[in-house]
Design a protein around this ligand. Structure first.
Ligand code: GUN
Length: 291
């Protein structure tokens, strides 16, 4: 069996096109544009690349992008001060503080300083609290988990009653995606590095979301035949044949998994492009609430 590929690049392009059309409409009506501010503290190369992509994508759909770069040794007060300025700036509809932050900074306090209405990452403690509670509505849903759900939805995957396994328990992906799958009435198991027999747990999954950040960890024989596999991992592995010296692979051994799964997201070109599309969607939603 060869799995059907879930084409995140195409789905994200489609989402961006709808966003661009709505931005044009709203801009014509209001004379204003949605604006996203990104805050990068330090010089982590992967974070720099992500933030650059976010800014570029904003401009491409007709939004305003404000990019703030702070030195790695910035104080808590400096970062929170910038967040407060952005909260007060009417041209800024969304604020994204790129994670991870340098170790000396208090991430929870910084994310908590972001105005709820501008929390387009959905990481404010109140938004996350609402996300995990039944019957509560966060103002924003975190971008990568939301992107996973849109991929499942657009691929016609039935989640009601399905066994969903989430491999990984990060604040950014594992925890929120498990909450979203639960809200979609899946039976959800979260497993992680301390779980016993990960292979046995994963092989029960009708829907498997891998988000651990370990290249090729999920092998073909971890996957139930016909399962839907969402690979969130983005791992650099050495590859002398590439100009960059590396290539990107997921948490799933793709060549093995594609022979067993029913549907699978490739890396790159699966979940990755969806994250930014969802960020743009959240920024547009934030703007819409102000018009
Ligand atoms: N670092 C990795 N993923 C994300 C994300 O979705 N948002 C932010 N702010 N930082 C990240």
């Amino acid at each position: 069996m060869t799995a059907t590929l879930i084409d995140g690049t195409a789905i994200a392009a489609d989402v961006r096109q709808s966003i661009a059309a709505r931005v044009a409409e709203l801009s014509a009506a209001t004379g204003r544009k949605p604006g996203l501010a990104t805050v990068l503290v330090g010089e982590d190369p992967a974070s720099q690349a992500y933030v650059r992509m976010k800014g570029k994508n904003c401009l491409e759909v007709g939004m305003e992008s404000f990019s703030y770069k702070l030195p790695a040794d910035s104080t808590q007060e400096e970062v929170e001060g910038l967040v407060r300025d952005l909260n007060a700036n009417p041209a800024v509809n969304g604020i994204l503080v790129q994670l991870p932050l340098p170790k000396h900074l208090d991430e929870e306090a910084i994310l908590g300083a972001i105005s709820l209405e501008k929390d387009v990452d959905g990481f404010h403690p109140v938004n996350i609290g609402r996300l995990v509670m039944k019957g509560r509505k966060p103002l924003f849903i975190p971008c990568t988990p939301k992107g996973c759900m849109v991929l499942l939805e657009r691929s016609g995957v039935k989640l009601e009653g399905a066994n969903a396994v989430v491999l990984g328990r990060s604040n950014i992906v594992g925890m929120p995606v498990a909450a979203l799958l639960l809200h979609a009435n899946a039976t959800v198991t979260t497993c992680h590095s301390r779980s016993k027999d990960l292979r046995a747990i994963c092989s029960e999954a009708d829907v498997l979301v891998a988000a651990v950040g370990r290249a090729g960890m999920v092998r073909g024989d971890w996957i139930k035949p016909g399962a839907v596999v969402i690979d969130v991992g983005v791992n650099r592995v050495d590859d002398a044949s590439r100009k960059s010296g590396y290539r990107l692979v997921g948490d799933v051994n793709f060549d093995e998994a594609v022979e067993v799964a029913g549907m699978i997201t490739p890396v790159p070109g699966g979940v990755g492009p969806m994250t930014i599309a969802m960020l743009l969607q959240n920024t547009l939603d934030a703007f819409e609430r102000t018009v």
